[in-house]
Design a protein around this ligand. Structure first.
Ligand SMILES: O=C(O)c1ccccc1NCC(=O)[C@H](O)[C@H](O)COP(=O)(O)O
Length: 241
C-alpha cells in the first residue's frame, strides 16, 4: 500500500500567505511572506506544495510574479491553483515549472476547453471539485456550478488524471475532513483523489490515510500547520507507514 502524500498549502492574497474560512474573501488571517512559508514546508520535508493564487480565483487581480518566484525557488513538486481558466492563464501557470495545475471554475463553465487541455496536457491537469453538499462551486467558490457526480462522470470520460476534492463547509475550519465525501467520490471514479479542507489533527491525517486503498492519493493541509496544531514533520511521520 502506498503512503498518503501530504501537500502543505500556501494560499496567496495581495502578496501575502493567508488562510481563509470556508474560502470566503474577507476572512483572511495573514501569515506573512509566501516564499518563507513555502521554504519552511520544503525544509520540513514536504515533497509537494499546494500553491493557490486567491486573487486570481476571486477575480481581484493576481499574484503571478510572486507565485512564479515561489515555484522557481522550490526543489519539490508544486500543484498550482487559482484562476486558471483560459489558454493565457494556463500557459502562464505551466510556464512557472509547476508539476501540475488545478482547474476549478473552467471545469464548470468551459467544458470544451477543459476537455481539450486534459487531452493536451494529461497528468499536468487536475480538476478541483469544490463542493457544498454535492453542488460544485466556482468563481472563487462563490457561484453554483452543477452537480458533483454528473461533472465527475463527464471529466472521467474525458480522461481527467486526478481530482482535488474540497468540502467548502470544512475548509479553513479545523473541523476535520469530510471522509464520507471522499469515500463517495472514490466509489465513482478510478482516478486518484487529493483530499482538501478541514484537517485539524494527526488523527485526521491517519483517517484520510485509511482511504488510500480506495483511491485517496494525497491530503492538502493548510490552517492546521499555520495554527501549529502539529508540525509538518509530525504529519509526515504520521502517514509514513
Ligand atoms: O484552490 C482554490 O482555487 C481556492 C479558491 C477559492 C478559495 C480557496 C481556494 N483554495 C483553498 C485551498 O486550497 C486550501 O489551501 C485548502 O483547502 C486547505 O484547507 P485547510 O487545511 O482547511 O486550511
Amino acid at each position: 500500500m502506498s503512503k498518503l502524500e501530504l501537500l502543505p498549502a500556501v494560499d496567496v492574497r495581495d502578496g501575502q500567505a493567508v488562510r481563509l474560512v470556508h474560502g470566503e474573501s474577507g476572512s483572511e488571517t495573514s501569515y506573512g511572506d509566501p516564499l518563507a512559508a513555502a521554504r519552511a514546508w520544503q525544509a520540513a520535508g514536504a515533497e509537494w506544495l499546494h500553491l493557490v493564487d486567491l486573487d486570481a480565483a476571486f477575480g481581484t487581480g493576481d499574484n503571478r510574479e510572486r507565485i512564479a518566484e515561489v515555484v522557481r525557488a522550490m526543489d519539490i513538486k508544486v500543484e498550482l491553483s487559482g484562476g486558471i481558466r483560459d489558454d493565457a492563464s494556463l500557459a502562464a501557470a505551466l510556464a512557472t515549472g509547476c508539476t501540475r495545475v488545478n482547474l476549478g471554475t473552467a471545469a464548470l463553465e468551459s467544458p470544451e476547453w477543459v476537455a481539450r487541455v486534459i487531452a493536451e496536457h494529461g497528468e499536468r491537469i487536475a480538476v478541483g471539485l469544490d463542493v457544498r453538499g454535492t453542488t460544485l462551486r466556482g468563481r472563487g467558490w462563490t457561484r453554483d456550478g452543477g452537480d458533483l457526480y454528473e461533472t465527475l462522470a463527464r471529466l472521467d470520460a474525458e480522461g481527467c488524471a486526478r481530482y482535488v476534492v474540497t468540502d467548502i463547509a470544512k475548509d479553513g475550519t479545523l473541523q476535520g475532513p469530510n471522509l464520507d465525501l471522499l469515500k463517495n467520490v472514490c466509489a465513482r471514479t478510478d482516478r486518484p483523489v487529493v483530499a482538501s479542507g478541514g484537517v485539524s489533527s494527526l488523527d485526521d491525517l491517519r483517517a484520510i490515510a485509511t482511504l488510500v486503498p480506495e483511491g485517496v492519493e494525497g491530503a492538502i493541509v493548510g490552517k492546521a500547520l499555520y495554527a501549529k496544531a502539529f508540525t509538518l514533520e509530525e504529519a509526515l511521520e504520521a502517514v509514513s507507514v
